[in-house]
Design a protein around this ligand. Structure first.
Ligand SMILES: [Zn+2]
Length: 485
C-alpha cells in the first residue's frame, strides 16, 4: 500500500511541479531592474497627485471623469505605448450633487442635521421634503410588512440595527425593493459620525433610486431614534442633483506587445472613477496611478515580456463594476487569450502580496514568483474571499479568467474610504511605490514565463467556487438583475 502511494506520488510530482510557473534568470534580472526603477524613479506618486489635485473627484460620467480619460490617454501616448484607445459603454444615469444638502429636525424642536444626498438619489422636490419619520425596525420583507401602514407615505429611517448582522447585499436590495412598493416619501440612512460623509448608492446598475434618499450622521440618527421613543418626529431636507440619462463613459486601454507570444495577454487594471466628497487619491488614485506606472516601468526596462501587457483603466466601478463588466461582455471571444488579470484597488498601505479569492491553483502558480517579492515584504498570498464582489476582478473571475487582487492592510483604507478625507495628503510615496513594484514585478514575471499562469475555470468550476465562498445566492441575484456577466 505504502509503496503504491509512493509510486503514485512520484507519478504526480512532475504534474504538481509544472503547476508552478517557472521564472528564468532573464526574467529575474529584468524584474530586479524594474523594482529598482520603481523605487528610485517611480512616478506613481506624481500620477496620483495629478489625478487627485489637478483633475479632482472623478464621478463616472462627470466632466472630471472625461478629463481623467483624456489625461490617461495622454500619459500612455507619451510613454510610447501601442494601441492606446478608449472603449465606450453606456451609463444609465450620470449623477452629480448640484447643491449641498441641508436639513433639520422640525418637531419636537428645531435642530440642524448633518445630512448628504446619497449617491444616485433623485433630487428632492422644489422646496424640499417635509414629513414624519418612521423608524424601520427590521430591513427584511417581513419586518417591512409588520410596519406597512406606518411606512407608507412617510420618511423612513434606517440604521445599523434595522439592517442587522451582515446580511447578504442582495437581501438588502430585495428588502429595499419591497419597501419602495409602499411608496415612502423619502429614506434616511445612517452614515458615519456627524459631519463625515460616506458616499455610497443603493442601486447597482447606474440607475437612479426610486425616492430621495439622504445619509444622516450617526449621532443625529441616534437622537431621532431617542426622540421617537417619546414623541412624533418630523424633519425637512432638500438637495439638488444633476442627473443625465444614457451617458457614454469610456474605459482606457493601452498595450506593450509581447516579445514572443503577442496574442497572449496579461492585464494590469484598476478603476479610474471615484466618489465626490474628496479627490479619490486612495480609491482609486493609487490603483489608477499604479496601472500607468506599470506601463512606464515595463516600457522603460527596454525588454517587453513574452506576452502582451495590456493596461486598462475602468469607469463605473463604484456604480456596480460597470466598466469591467462592459469590457468582458465586449471581449467574450478574446477571453481565452487572457493569461491573468491583476487588479489594484485596496489603497496604498504596504502590500503584503495577493488575494487569491480561494483559488489554490493560483497559490501553486505563484510559488516561484514569491522570492522576487521577498525584498519588498510582499511575498505572501491569502485565500481570503473578502474582496470577492468588491472590485473589477469579479467580472473576469465569473467568466473563468484567473485574477489576482493586490493585498494591502486596509485599516487606514477604510478610514478614508469614500470620505472627504480621501485626499492626496493621505498617500505615502514609499508605500505606493512598494505596492506598484509588487504589482509590476508579479505581472512581468507572469507575462514573461515560459508557461501560462493558471487554468481558466469552466462555468461548472465557477459555480462550485462561488458556492464554496458562499456567494452563489448573491451572484444569482445580481445576474438576474442584469448586473454581472
Ligand atoms: Zn475602489
Amino acid at each position: 500500500m505504502r509503496r503504491f502511494t509512493l509510486a503514485l506520488l512520484a507519478f504526480f510530482a512532475p504534474v504538481l511541479a509544472s503547476a508552478q510557473m517557472p521564472v528564468s534568470p532573464e526574467t529575474r534580472a529584468t524584474v530586479a531592474h524594474i523594482i529598482g526603477d520603481v523605487m528610485v524613479n517611480g512616478q506613481a506618486y506624481e500620477y496620483d497627485r495629478q489625478l487627485a489635485d489637478t483633475i479632482g473627484p472623478r464621478l463616472t460620467g462627470s466632466d472630471n471623469y472625461v478629463h481623467a480619460v483624456a489625461w490617461a490617454q495622454q500619459q500612455f501616448k507619451s510613454l510610447g505605448l501601442a494601441n492606446v484607445h478608449t472603449e465606450p459603454f453606456t451609463l444609465k444615469s450620470a449623477w452629480e450633487p448640484e447643491t449641498a444638502a441641508t436639513g433639520r429636525i422640525v418637531t419636537p424642536r428645531v435642530q440642524n442635521l448633518h445630512i448628504y444626498s446619497l449617491g444616485w438619489s433623485p433630487s428632492t422636490a422644489d422646496g424640499g421634503i417635509k414629513g414624519n419619520v418612521v423608524y424601520l425596525q427590521h430591513l427584511t420583507n417581513e419586518g417591512i410588512d409588520a410596519q406597512k401602514d406606518k411606512l407608507a407615505g412617510n420618511i423612513v429611517l434606517i440604521d445599523r440595527d434595522s439592517i442587522g448582522e451582515s446580511p447578504a447585499f442582495s437581501q438588502i436590495l430585495q428588502a429595499l425593493d419591497h419597501l419602495n412598493k409602499l411608496a415612502p416619501k423619502a429614506l434616511l440612512l445612517v452614515g458615519g459620525p456627524n459631519g463625515s460623509e460616506s458616499a455610497t448608492a443603493l442601486t447597482f446598475d447606474g440607475s437612479i433610486f426610486r425616492c430621495p434618499t439622504a445619509e444622516v450622521g450617526a449621532e443625529d440618527t441616534s437622537l431621532i431614534r431617542r426622540m421617537l421613543d417619546h414623541v412624533p418626529v418630523s424633519v425637512e431636507f432638500s438637495f439638488k442633483n444633476r442627473i443625465r440619462q444614457d451617458v457614454e463613459v469610456n474605459n482606457v486601454v493601452a498595450e506593450i506587445p509581447g516579445r514572443d507570444l503577442p496574442n497572449e495577454v496579461v492585464i494590469i487594471a484598476g478603476h479610474l472613477d471615484s466618489w465626490h466628497p474628496a479627490t479619490g487619491a486612495q480609491d482609486n488614485g493609487t490603483g489608477a496611478s499604479t496601472v500607468i506606472e506599470a506601463a512606464r516601468a515595463i516600457k522603460a526596462s527596454g525588454r517587453a515580456p513574452r506576452r502582451t501587457m495590456r493596461f486598462i483603466l475602468f469607469g463605473g466601478e463604484e456604480q456596480g463594476i460597470l466598466g469591467s463588466t462592459a469590457y468582458v461582455n465586449n471581449h467574450r471571444a478574446d477571453l481565452p487569450s487572457i493569461d491573468c488579470v491583476l487588479i489594484s484597488d485596496t489603497g496604498a498601505q504596504p502590500a503584503k502580496g495577493w488575494y487569491l479569492m480561494g483559488r489554490d491553483d493560483e497559490m501553486d502558480a505563484l510559488k516561484n514568483v514569491e522570492p522576487l517579492l521577498a525584498g519588498l515584504g510582499s511575498n505572501d498570498t491569502t485565500p481570503s474571499t473578502e474582496f470577492l464582489f468588491q472590485t473589477d476582478h469579479i467580472s473576469f473571475d465569473l467568466l473563468g479568467v484567473p485574477t489576482l487582487v493586490l493585498w494591502n492592510d486596509t485599516d487606514k483604507y477604510f478610514k478614508l474610504h469614500h470620505k472627504a478625507s480621501d485626499s492626496f495628503d493621505a498617500i505615502n510615496q514609499a508605500d505606493l511605490n512598494q505596492g506598484a513594484a509588487t504589482t509590476i514585478a508579479t505581472a512581468y514575471a507572469i507575462a514573461d514565463s515560459a508557461q501560462p499562469f493558471a487554468p481558466h475555470q469552466t462555468p461548472t468550476q465557477v459555480e462550485e467556487w462561488l458556492k464554496k465562498a458562499k456567494q452563489w445566492d448573491d451572484y444569482q441575484f445580481f445576474k438576474n438583475a442584469g448586473v454581472f456577466p
